[in-house]
Design a protein around this ligand. Structure first.
Ligand code: AMP
Ligand code: ZN
Length: 459
């Protein structure tokens, strides 16, 4: 089955074909490294990882670019307020550069723990200041900019289809926001270059043809994607919040400078919610991957939890939900382990069903249902194992390497187990029951099997 993907730009499911076969250019908007990622952010990167693996499944070599936003992202997406990095610096007493490094490493560690494939190219905004200045100069030469007292702005009124991606109601926005516009000509105009404040020394600032300052947030993605993938490439991704501001701005920049449409497909991951609210970094009390681990969960349980929902649907987080994901993943891992070694040939029919699910706009819940059907089927274990290891190239649950933990049972417990075994052999059933209760009170459980008693800790 052909790969079909939902494209936010046209709001349709379209057949995916690379622009320059077989390679696929993929750009995913990365983290703003002023704080840890929360598990909502991580949901978006997990969705992008499924996409990446599905492209691999379809034999497309993927050139994946992931940026690190370490300058220019202001507290409000409308270019107002402080720079998030400088704010993070004031909060922690570290320099903006140290903050960026610290949270970049933390983010990379989260990715690794979630089995998210690293991109082909990591790129930091601060390593590409010259490219951003060149891109702004190009937009300026084409006549799309104006200057205010605090920066160089993009004039969105000059771009006839500005905001089409977000289906923005430009006239409604014009009417509603006139008062807060400051020196901007239109409410949707955005900063390409911001001047350093006159009364305050910024930690991150650079010389430019317009004066000392720093790039706006949106220009980094246009400049870096053009550098590594060309100005028109296959797929551009991000979270759903980017549909209305960040991505329309990236599109406007590319159309102004290069006259191209930026990406052939636009894909967006929907939010992780807590109750009716989206999880947000600025809220403070967000849940990190470390929080999940501190609650006793393996990080891959969170990946498994995300598999249970379509990426184009909001997903509500709850600890109960995570608990049942842990139970299911454990069941799956144990089943796969007990199948022993993999046979040479996977089952073609199950592989076909799995492919239909993932190629149907990454329908991971259906792919998971196919996986359970395989588990419950009456195929022989070695064929099941060969098949599931192929599925796991996309699921990314590390099923090939998983082994049950070998528990250390204290000698005191083993003695009681032996005593109980003897009592059973001598048909002293009441004694055997009393010893079982004693073992349970000490936190262990005995299960009788044809191979003899098995002992494990009680959860
Ligand atoms: P940021 O680090 O804030 O720039 O966000 C990194 C990525 O996470 C972006 O692609 C956002 O769209 C995405 N994102 C932010 N909040 C959520 C959420 N609650 N659920 C899923 N994705 C999110
Ligand atoms: Zn971006």
């Amino acid at each position: 089955m052909d790969l079909q993907l939902f494209d936010t730009y046209t709001r349709t499911i379209r057949k995916f074909e690379p622009l320059h076969p077989p390679e696929v250019g993929l750009y995913t908007c990365g983290p703003t490294v002023y704080d840890y990622a929360h598990i909502g952010n991580l949901r978006t990167y997990i969705f992008e990882d499924f996409l990446r693996r599905v492209l691999d499944w379809n034999h497309y070599p993927v050139k994946h670019v992931l940026n690190i936003t370490d300058v220019g992202h202001l507290v409000s997406d409308a270019d107002e307020g402080e720079d998030k990095m400088e704010k993070g610096s004031a909060r922690t007493g570290k320099s903006a550069w140290e903050i960026a490094e610290f949270y970049t490493v933390a983010f990379q560690k989260d990715m690794e723990r979630l089995n998210i494939l690293p991109p082909t190219i990591w790129c930091r905004a601060t390593d590409h200041i010259q490219e951003q200045i060149e891109a702004i100069k190009c937009i300026e030469e084409k006549g799309f900019t104006y200057r205010t007292s605090d920066g160089i702005y993009f004039d969105t009124a000059k771009m006839p289809d500005y905001g089409y991606l977000g289906r923005l109601d430009i006239e409604g926005l014009q009417a509603g926001m006139r008062i807060d516009m400051g020196e901007k000509h239109n409410p949707t105009d955005f900063a390409l270059w911001k001047f350093s404040p006159k009364d305050k020394q910024r930690q991150m600032e650079w010389d430019s043809p317009w004066g000392k300052g720093f790039p706006g947030w949106h220009i980094e993605c246009s400049a870096m994607s053009a550098k590594y993938l060309g100005p028109f490439f296959d797929i551009h991704c991000g979270g759903e919040d980017h549909i209305t501001v960040h991505h329309p701005n990236e599109i406007a920049q590319n159309e102004a400078c290069y006259g191209t449409h930026l990406a052939n497909f636009w894909m967006h991951g929907y939010f992780l919610q807590l109750g009716d609210e989206k999880m947000a970094k600025s809220d403070g009390g967000f849940i990190r991957l470390d929080t999940v681990i501190d609650h006793g969960f393996d990080p891959l349980v969170y990946r498994f939890f995300c598999l249970g929902a379509l990426y184009r649907a909001k997903l509500s987080f709850s600890w109960e939900g995570l608990d049942s994901a842990a139970t299911s993943l454990n069941r799956l891992r144990n089943a796969v382990f007990e199948w022993g070694s993999a046979g040479a040939t996977p089952d073609a029919s199950f592989v076909g069903q799995f492919e239909s699910a993932i190629n149907d706009d990454l329908n991971m819940p259906r792919a998971l249902a196919v996986t359970w059907d395989l588990v419950h089927s009456n195929l022989d274990p070695s064929t099941k194992k060969a098949t599931i290891l192929i599925f796991d190239k996309v699921l990314g649950l590390g099923l090939a390497d998983w082994q049950p933990k070998i528990e250390e049972i204290p000698a005191e417990i083993m003695e009681l187990v032996e005593k109980r075994k003897l009592a059973r052999q001598e048909k002293r059933w009441a004694d055997a029951d009393t010893i079982r209760t004693e073992i349970a009170n000490l936190g262990f459980e005995v299960e009788d099997s044809p191979q003899g008693p098995k002992v494990k800790t009680r959860k």
